[in-house]
Write a protein that binds this ligand. Sequence first.
Ligand code: SAH
Ligand code: SF4
Length: 457
Amino acid sequence: MFYHLTTFGCQMNDHDSERIRGVLEEHGWRPAVDAEAADLLVFNTCAVREGAESRLEGRLGEARRIKRGKPGLLVALGGCVAQRRQEDIFHELPFIDVAFGPQNIGQLPVLLERAAEGPSPAYAFEDNPVPSADLPAVRVERRRAWVQAMSGCTNYCSYCVVPHVRGPERSRPPDEIEAEVARLAADGVIEITVLGQNVNAYGLDRRGASGSGSFTDFAGLLARLDAIEGIERIRFTTSHPKDLSKRLIEAMRDLPAVCEHLHLPVQSGSTRILKRMKRGYTRGHYLGLVEKLRTEVPDLALTTDIIVGFPGEREDDFHRTMTLAEACAFDGAFTFIFSARPGTEAAEMPGRVPEVTLKRRMEELIELVQRTADRINQGLVGRELEVLVEGPSRAGEGQLRGRTRNNKIVNFRPLPVDADGKTQTQLDASAEEPAGPPLVTVHIESATSTTLKGRQV
Ligand code: SAH
Ligand code: SF4
């Protein structure tokens, strides 16, 4: 029996998808070459913006069409859209056989069996998240892995659907996380990305707990992971400015494996809008954090998320976002147009920004972000940087692709790795595993706002 999985959304969903694969394959399912060849279609969905949900609609239309010619086909809807629409899924989308929330991945095989026996669809939704880290996972990459530190979110930013679909914040015990990372390291992983909606609040929900799950804050957790033999690089996402502590900045400065990159979503540069967003910090607080980070962590790359056109955003508010972006000199920014999500506070707020204004503000912001990123990247030309090799580059010509510690994508010409003068790319073509060393030094020769180019030295 063959399955086909489609994933939407954030890294948390990518990681959940590894576990969906893990539980399915443990129960005898195998990956199909494409959707047409599958006996089961699984969708792991994202509800954070309307765009992702409309893309899903298109893919579900395709599933419905395939099922018409293949009545035995099972269709399973998982993730945040399933959780959000649990009341109406089977009514609105009658070709769906199974629906499950982000906390119910472990039950998927049982639900599939139940649905296959018919006659009614099967579903499971949990409101109280328990990080499902004990599930088997099929990892696609050998050297990099995601590690879930916590699940859920209790911040209730006024625009955001995540707390409504992922439940309250819950941290995994530090011992459990440490053991998982040690297992990954033994398996050859050298880079981990620690995941949570707000990792800076890690452990705060466990204060006062005793025994094996005893309290450690996020800085403490990073120190424990940093000490694990074989782990060369540690990344984490997402950080919330309201919970970014002095201890964490010092951990970034002092722990050798923790990479010089921080993704710190600001959302807006206007304190008035931040208040309406319920973000819990001011423009001044954010700028102060950036100043401290820049002094303590030289070479830090800083990226962010910005929402344009939040209800009530005036020209002067937008101007403040522009001046903040200028002052912070972001290496990159994900920019989003405000999307009204059903059930959130902001969806009911007055002051929707007209389409033409949205478009203009977005263009101005993107132009500034690209110009800044380009300037920063040009400054790296001539430097020699450590790159973790990910595989062949899409640029072709025998080039490899990898990432620097501060998360810049690098395409580069590799050195020969064997006596015949073969490069890693040529050897990889005939082997399962990359042939060369995972970490190489690359001399940067040119740059754009999104990528660096160079040659291995
Ligand atoms: N927990 C993370 C982000 C989760 S969602 C954090 O707090 O930073 C990822 C990004 O999507 C957010 O940072 C925000 O910029 C954007 N986003 C979330 N809800 C949105 C909405 N309703 N409209 C537009 N952008 C949104
Ligand atoms: Fe959403 Fe805010 Fe939680 Fe991030 S911190 S997931 S934006 S509610």
